[in-house]
Design a protein. Structure first.
Length: 435
């Protein structure tokens, strides 16, 4: 997984998943309404910031009795404003869940046919790859079963720090016209940002409006989500926390023609409004489409994990958790809700470290919180001694390099990530719970 493409990360495939994961905490009884965010979770959030995993981190929980928030950290090392429930973050692939709800809304209104070929929603003359006599449908796109690749074959950014900005509608249609599917349509789940982006583009074309207009009109305005947008006002931009990678500021992302895959920005307060609607705590005209977007489920190939219309569904630990996460160059996000307990959670960070464990633990304590490690001082001159190639298994090698005072490790088939010293002989990642 290229960190410059984190918006496109599969919700459950974790980079370096072959490493051993460690957990600090065992399961505890489910928190009562008065303990929506238990004290030990608040302390964990604080430690996440104090130990340098995140620059800023906001957690929100909603249940039948109301909402609670905890925010730790700041906008950036040069901006000491504390982050909170009205701070705006990029939410990356959570956008796909909005696209699924939008699809359900348009199907309900008779404006789109769920099993209709996507080609019928594209400009005249557009060519979409087919295979075995089957055409890609809107349903195939929203359930990641279209056979399209994770990224377009003609994806070649001018600026890798904002990699999707120049991926125009013309390039999207050109790439589709030249692509040959390597697997049958509908045969299996394969997470595709290209597919989700194409779906958002197609729905906008069908409606004759921009993707953002549709999301605002059909979802955000009815739910009072005033800060969930792609284009921000000057006032909203002042509340946009800069993104960070390895503790350093990075550029915000623009998604070009693939907006439906990851372009939205939002706040914890707004996201709890969506969770409330999903739980039936705040019924609205969006409720029917939201419910329809996660009612139908398909296997993903991972036990107890299913895909719905833009959402993913965990059934692990005898629960049902409807959720999605997201990651862009400098942000990570999680949202999810549990219908049986009538509880919803959002976690937003302006750093690209994984924070999903916090959200999942609040929804079901058997999902354990990640272990946190403190960095130790290592002489800069000694870092060169660690550089080299380390074989984990046949064909799987870690390449360790140094850039200034920072070590990086790159596993075969992945991009490089910073690693931090826990001792002179032990280094760990912050993007995943691994060392």
């Amino acid at each position: 997984m290229n960190p410059r493409q984190r918006m496109v990360a599969s919700p459950f495939h974790r980079a370096l998943r072959s490493f051993v994961l460690f957990a600090l905490l065992s399961g505890i009884p489910f928190a009562s309404a008065a303990e929506r965010i238990p004290a030990f979770v608040r302390e964990h959030v604080a430690q996440r910031v104090e130990n340098g995993y995140c620059v800023g981190l906001v957690v929100g929980v909603v249940d039948a009795d109301g909402t609670s928030f905890v925010g730790k950290g700041r906008y950036s090392p040069g901006d000491d404003r504390p982050v909170g429930e009205d701070t705006i973050f990029e939410i990356g692939s959570i956008t796909k869940a909005f696209t699924g709800v939008l699809l359900a809304d348009m199907v309900e209104r008779g404006l789109a046919a769920i099993d209709g070929p996507v080609s019928k929603s594209l400009p005249p003359g557009a060519t979409v790859p087919a295979r075995g006599g089957k055409q890609i449908t809107l349903h195939d796109l929203t359930t990641h079963r279209s056979g399209l690749p994770r990224l377009p074959e003609n994806f070649d950014p001018k600026d890798w720090d904002n990699p999707y900005a120049d991926y125009s509608a013309a390039r999207l249609l050109e790439g589709l016209s030249k692509h040959e599917l390597s697997q049958d349509i509908g045969a299996k789940y394969a997470y595709s940002n290209l597919g989700a982006g194409l779906l958002g583009y197609a729905l906008a074309q069908r409606a004759g409006k921009s993707y953002e207009q549709l999301i605002v009109e059909r979802i955000c305005d009815p739910l009072g989500m005033r800060d969930t947008r792609i284009m921000l006002s000057a006032e909203q931009r002042s509340r946009l926390a800069p993104g960070h990678a390895a503790g350093k500021p990075v550029k915000n992302w623009d998604l070009g023609a693939l907006e439906g895959a990851g372009a939205l920005r939002s706040t914890a307060r707004d996201m709890l409004r969506l969770m409330s609607a999903g739980l039936g705590l705040a019924p609205s005209r969006v409720s029917k489409a939201l419910d329809a977007s996660h009612r139908e489920r398909h296997e993903t190939g991972q036990p107890e994990l299913y895909v719905a219309w833009g959402w993913h569904v965990w059934t692990k630990h005898a629960t049902t958790i409807i959720w999605h996460n997201g990651g862009t160059g400098g942000y990570h996000s999680f949202c999810g809700f549990r219908p049986d307990k009538k509880i919803g959670v959002v976690v937003l960070a302006n750093s690209n470290e994984d924070i999903d464990d916090i959200g999942l633990h609040l929804l079901e304590p058997k999902f354990e919180l990640a272990a946190l490690r403190k960095t130790a001082a290592v002489l800069v001159a000694a870092l060169d001694d660690y550089a080299g190639y380390y074989e984990l298994a046949p064909g799987v090698v870690i390449h360790v390099t140094r850039n200034g005072e920072q070590l990086f490790a790159q596993i075969t088939g992945q991009d490089k990530f910073p690693v931090f010293a826990e001792s002179p002989t032990k280094f760990f990642y912050k993007v995943v719970d691994a060392h």
